[in-house]
Write a protein of this length. Structure first.
Length: 246
């Protein structure tokens, strides 16, 4: 996703109503459960995957007690939630590359839903690897700037914390890291007093695709909207150059 769409997503989540926030927390809870079961248990000190998911939860303003409950539930004996991680790849209108990360307890249902959405909104579901090569996996940390932050100081602190690069724009600072180092860098920055707006591993496009046709833009917006609204979908990544914020 472009830097523009990253900040647009942050603003949209901040304005989410209670029902929308509840849905976001439910999806994050599912990620926590999978991290506990597949990453090495309920202790983030020894489970780096869980540590990274916790950083993502905190950047989405998920309450600490909700995080703790989700972890304890996943670690409890007889926990019946078993989710499978499946990544789908495809094309939106005019060849926009799309990656969809899902956690599902019914792969047949999820596959049918993904195919339906891509077909309905002017795209097509592809095979594994068809667009993945167009993206790089990176850790992305966003820090909003209210005008009080010094660019050089932020850059120095981020690099000292282990970041690879820092980009600035009108909204704030976009810090890129190794995808497995998101939590370590974000924790180091929080310790220096920075407020983290987002912290997670993302698929970042190497190049972007523009849409000029109004119908294609409408269909692409609808495709993203329906994918993100699916209970099984955790993340949607794409290389659309300038998606609208609406």
């Amino acid at each position: 996703m472009s830097g523009h769409s990253k900040w647009a997503t942050i603003k949209r989540k901040k304005g989410a109503n209670d029902a929308q926030r509840g849905k976001i927390f439910t999806k994050l809870g599912r990620e926590l459960a999978v991290a506990v079961k597949t990453g090495g248990g309920p202790d983030p000190a020894s489970n780096s995957r869980l540590k990274d998911v916790i950083a993502k939860c905190k950047s989405n303003n998920m309450p600490n007690d909700t995080i703790s409950r989700s972890i304890k539930k996943a670690a409890g004996e007889g926990s019946g939630d078993n989710y499978e991680e499946i990544t789908y790849e495809g094309y939106g209108p005019n060849g926009v590359a799309v990656i969809v990360e899902t956690l599902t307890d019914n792969r047949n249902r999820t596959a049918a839903d993904m195919r339906h959405y891509f077909d309905k909104f002017g795209g097509n579901l592809g095979t594994s690897g068809c667009v993945m090569f167009m993206f790089d996996k990176k850790g992305i940390i966003l820090i909003e700037n209210d005008g009080s932050l010094d660019e050089e100081q932020v850059m120095m602190d981020a690099l000292d914390a282990g970041a690879d690069d820092v980009e600035t724009n009108d909204d704030g600072f976009e810090i890129s890291t190794d995808p497995n180092g998101v939590s370590n860098v974000s924790e180091a920055l929080e310790a220096k007093g920075y407020s983290i707006a987002q912290a997670e591993a993302q698929f970042v496009p190497q190049t972007e695709t523009a849409l000029s046709d109004d119908h294609d833009i409408l269909m692409m917006n609808k495709l993203i909207e329906h994918l993100e609204d699916s209970d099984d979908v955790q993340n949607v990544w794409h290389n659309w150059e300038n998606p609208t914020e609406e």
